[in-house]
Each structure stands twice: as structure tokens, then as C-alpha cells.
Design a protein around this ligand. Structure first.
Ligand code: DQA
Length: 141
């Protein structure tokens, strides 16, 4: 099973700064991901939370055999959550970090990802397509 984890404020996609994050809602993204996954014969589960602890709990599911890969947009946790970084570092499965916006083109505080060094790869700045590309790739990592 592929686990998709969306961090804080991503539940507001569609209404939240549409000029930065686009008008696609989180529901649209999750629906398209699950359609594509079933076409590919992949089991997929999506989860969103505004709480760091709940995100860490979900990531920790990656130690079980059930979870074969994680696609994660940690939202603002990207820039400061050592707890999330440590949880990701504990795993031995493919992990793709996705950002809708290009974090390197924005405010300086977004340029640093504390999670990027412990994931397999990162997609930043391709909008919602970043998630679909991550899904296409994750089973071949
Ligand atoms: C984000 C970028 C982060 O800096 C921001 O805090 C988010 C969304 C993105 O998808 O572009 O919440 O992860």
C-alpha cells in the first residue's frame, strides 16, 4: 500500500492562496490519486492532518510491511519539524516529498527542507501534478 500524507493547511487547498497553490482541492487530488492507483493496481490511502503528532504517527506506519512507500507533502513542517524528519529517517521504504509550489523560489525560510535529506527524492513546483508523478515513480524506486 502507498500512503499519501498531507500536512498542515493542505485541507484548505482550493481556497488557500490560489495564486500560489492553484484551485485544485485536496479532495480532487486524493480522488485522482486513488483513480490512478487503482488503474495501476496499487492500493493507496490518503491522510491529512494539521497536527505534527498525527503526521508522525502516520509516517511511523511505514515500519510495517503494509506500507510500501510514502508520498508526503509536509506543508510548513518541511521547514522545521525534526520530529517528522526523524520519523522519515527511521524508514527503509521509498519516500517522495512533494510541494505544490517551488519552495526554492519563495521566501528564504522556505528554502530549507529539513526532511529532504532523508527522503528518496523531492518534487517541487509542479502543482498537483507533482503528486501524480510521484505515484507513477514510487513503485519503481
Ligand atoms: C508547501 C510549501 C510550504 O512552504 C508551505 O508551508 C505549505 C505548502 C507546498 O506544497 O508548496 O503549506 O508544502
Amino acid at each position: 500500500m502507498i500512503l499519501v500524507v498531507h500536512g498542515p493547511n493542505l485541507n484548505l487547498l482550493g481556497v488557500r492562496e490560489p495564486d500560489v497553490y492553484g484551485t485544485t482541492t485536496l479532495e480532487d487530488i486524493n480522488q485522482k490519486l486513488s483513480n490512478e492507483a487503482s488503474e495501476m493496481g496499487i492500493e493507496l490511502e490518503s491522510f491529512q492532518s494539521n497536527s505534527e503528532g498525527e503526521i508522525v504517527d502516520q509516517v511511523q506506519r511505514g515500519v510495517s510491511e503494509e506500507v510500501e512507500g510514502i508520498i508526503i507533502n509536509p506543508g510548513a513542517l518541511t521547514h522545521y519539524s525534526i520530529a517528522l524528519r526523524d520519523a522519515l529517517a527511521a524508514l527503509d521504504i521509498p519516500i517522495i516529498e512533494v510541494h505544490l509550489s517551488n519552495i526554492y523560489k519563495r521566501e528564504k525560510f522556505r528554502h530549507k527542507s529539513v526532511t529532504a535529506p532523508v527522503v528518496t527524492g523531492q518534487i517541487s513546483g509542479l502543482g498537483a501534478d507533482g503528486y501524480y508523478l510521484a505515484l507513477e515513480k514510487i513503485s519503481n524506486l
